[in-house]
Write a protein that binds this ligand. Structure first.
Ligand code: COA
Length: 167
């Protein structure tokens, strides 16, 4: 697992989700190298990119959390780690690459919690991927119907630090 490099060829990446492939080819590089608004990590086997995950800092309000966690926190915006995009190349799916990317997200959240502050990992799971995140302990967050400007609507999910093994 390593950070995306400018020389990586992202044009041939095919996950089966066109939007995720386009993001990787067109925007992951500029977001990281020019704008500094998100960092992409790749599972690489030499020059071949088996999967990628883009992360960014996020803020979440206690009122957005499951009721069991809500009371623990103050009412101002709380720091979290966002998985902004995650995809595995079609030919590498079902071989543990997605799980390895999530383990890396957990390592980053542990680092962020220790050095910056972090209450957990948030992700807007695409339809069909929510079960993948549930396997790793992510909880579905309550969301108002029609609140997200994406169709089909993703499911916001949250993995609290308490469910992340210490790094
Ligand atoms: C969803 C995705 C990231 C999973 O990556 P992957 O490398 O194929 O998954 P892994 O091999 O690491 O699987 C880890 C576990 O999750 C399970 N799993 C994988 N995809 C799943 C899914 N869609 N639903 C339920 N479980 C899933 C696997 O069976 C495995 O379980 P096990 O540990 O009991 O064997 C990948 O299929 C993908 O890129 N899909 C298209 C893009 C996408 O949907 N991205 C998510 C955007 S939010």
């Amino acid at each position: 697992m390593r950070r995306l490099e400018e020389r990586d060829d992202r044009s041939e990446f095919r996950s089966g989700d066109l939007a995720l492939d386009l993001f990787f080819a067109r925007y992951a590089g500029q977001n990281q190298f020019r704008l500094g608004i998100g960092t992409t990590y790749v599972a690489a086997d030499g020059a071949r990119l088996a999967g990628y995950m883009t992360v960014a800092g996020a803020a979440i309000f206690a009122s957005e959390l499951p009721s069991t966690l809500r009371k623990r926190f103050p009412s101002y915006p709380l720091p979290a780690l966002r998985i902004a995009r995650l995809a595995v190349h079609r030919e590498a799916q079902n071989r543990g690459v997605g799980a390895a990317l999530l383990r890396h997200a957990c390592a980053l959240a542990n680092w962020q919690a220790r050095d910056v502050g972090c209450i957990g990992i948030v992700v807007d799971a695409k339809q069909g991927a929510n079960r993948f995140y549930e396997r790793f302990g992510f909880l579905a967050l309550p969301v108002e119907a029609g609140a997200l400007d994406v169709r089909p609507e993703p499911q916001p999910m949250f993995l609290p630090m308490g469910r992340i093994p210490a790094g």
